[in-house]
Design a binder for this molecule. Structure first.
Ligand code: AMP
Ligand code: ZN
Length: 468
């Protein structure tokens, strides 16, 4: 399996640190608003990387954080007259809802920056001790020039950076020894959230958060560190400088970065008015369509979002779901027959297509080609499956399409629909359970119905229900 490593700018054969295990850290969003569709891209593509590694039987330890202390969160809290904590809690909950609807698997660990401050103070202290950081008036800076490999990820030359930086003076950062130095800890301003530290009451810089969370949950050296390409510089460059200086070891073996999502070929921005949250899209489409759309391109290419492309994705996804549904209906009808020679030949073609799918994924996760292998299976199924087919044939094709779609996080099999009569029966049983004061059973029935998309409403005229 080959992975394009931003660090070496080449596709490299993947070799895990510990046999059969993969440690993976993905930089998560800053939670001050509903996530936008650009933020959804790294979530979807790296969840797909994880799913494929799991398909290959790796045990994946997948860590992705929430940045829950930041200027933008504080600004939003002031605007709403509430606390930064209230804002971040609210948007973490909302983000988790979106991730679920995008069928992003729950991370092995989802740390919050505000719960890891002690580790950050420890790492900053270590950097000061080793001469990689210094304190000035309550602020701690990283001494960038001291880290001789600075620029190795972004391929930036430190002297060019210096020249560019000299012009930019950030207010409150006058005590820097060098304009390239960046903040590890900063003192609070009036009304801002803060933590006690040896240097000042204050809060950590953004970069140190990820260095610390990655170390705590995955160790000093990890297999894969990932995020959007805008994070290469300065965020990931600074993470490397911090972690490698503090730990004295290589930080991550493979650095993966997704390309940007644009809208109608323009950068997505609120001021241009071409900005969509995932929630906006969910009003028009099932979010499986958004996921399918994201996987229609290679994760490193720029991706253009437009309503035409979303419609094409919707149709493509429906084609897969309909084929699976059809195979399922046929296999319920067909009798037990022997697999014919023709079917055997077709199943051999299916196996070749599995190989095509795997080859695409092994080549730096080429999901676009993997999806086209699934489409070829769908085409073969549509051309060959009918009431005369054998059950084994129909089931094997169906299971293959469902399994390979699932590795992409695409649910190809429709949930069994619950019939009206079954709903009525369950409601009656619930009423009886309530009469018998068996509230546990009554709740269980409500939840069971809810999981099937049936919402109950207790009204004065009795129980009403609707499909979500
Ligand atoms: P942020 O909350 O801005 O730190 O972003 C969270 C993640 O979303 C990071 O990995 C970013 O690189 C990624 N991201 C932000 N905007 C886009 C975009 N338009 N396209 C793709 N990825 C993005
Ligand atoms: Zn990060």
């Amino acid at each position: 399996m080959k992975i394009y490593n931003t660090l070496t700018r080449t596709k490299e054969e993947f070799k895990e640190l510990e046999k059969g295990k993969v440690s993976m850290y993905v930089c998560g969003p800053t939670v001050y608003n509903l996530i936008h569709i650009g933020n959804a891209r790294p979530m979807i593509v790296f969840d797909t990387v994880r799913r494929y590694l799991e398909y290959k039987n790796y045990d994946v330890n997948y860590v992705t954080n929430f940045t829950d202390v930041d200027d933008k969160i504080i600004k939003k809290a002031i605007e709403e007259g509430t606390t930064a904590e209230e804002i971040s809690k609210r948007y973490i909950e909302e983000c988790k809802k979106d991730m679920k609807a995008l069928n992003v698997k729950e991370a092995s660990k989802h740390p919050l920056a505000t719960e890891e401050i002690a580790g950050m103070i420890e790492m900053i202290s270590k950097l000061i001790e080793k001469g990689y950081a210094y304190e000035a008036n309550g602020t701690v800076y990283y001494r960038t020039r001291k880290f001789s490999e600075y620029g190795k990820l972004s391929k930036k030359n430190i002297d060019d950076l210096e020249a560019g930086h000299r012009e930019i003076k950030v207010a409150g950062e006058d005590d820097k020894e060098d304009s390239l130095d960046f903040v590890l800890w900063k003192p609070k301003k009036e009304g801002e959230p803060y933590w006690e530290s040896p240097w000042s009451q204050g809060r950590p810089g953004w970069h140190i958060e990820c260095s610390v969370m990655s170390k705590k949950y995955l160790g000093d050296t990890i297999d894969i560190h990932a995020g959007g390409e805008d994070l290469i510089f300065p965020h990931h460059e600074n993470e490397i400088a911090q972690s490698e200086a503090a730990n004295g070891k290589e930080f991550a073996h493979y650095w993966m970065h997704n390309g940007f999502l644009n809208i109608d070929n323009k950068k997505m921005s609120k001021s241009l008015g071409n900005f969509f949250t995932v929630r906006d899209i969910s009003e028009k489409y099932n979010l499986q369509v958004l996921r399918f759309f994201m996987l229609s391109a290679h994760y490193r290419s720029p991706l253009n979002f437009s309503s035409e492309l979303m419609e094409a994705s919707k149709n493509g996804l429906e084609r897969i779901i309909t084929a699976v549904d059809n195979l399922k209906n046929l296999s319920a009808k067909c009798g037990d027959k022997e697999v014919t020679d023709m079917e055997k030949e077709n199943l051999a073609s299916i196996r070749q297509l599995i190989k095509k799918y795997e080859d695409a994924m092994e080549d730096d996760f080429n999901t676009a080609d993997a999806v086209s292998a699934i489409f070829e299976m769908v085409k073969l199924a549509n051309q060959t499956a009918d009431v005369e087919s054998s059950k084994k044939y129909l089931t094997e094709i169906k299971d293959t399409i469902v399994r390979l779609s699932d590795v992409l996080g695409i649910i190809a099999e429709k949930e069994e629909e619950i019939l009206d009569a079954d709903i009525e029966n369950l409601i009656e049983e619930r009423q009886q359970a309530r009469k018998d004061k068996n509230f546990a059973r009554a709740d269980e029935i409500r939840n069971e119905l809810l999981s099937k998309g049936i919402i109950l409403e207790d009204t004065r005229e009795g129980v009403k229900w609707k499909r979500a």
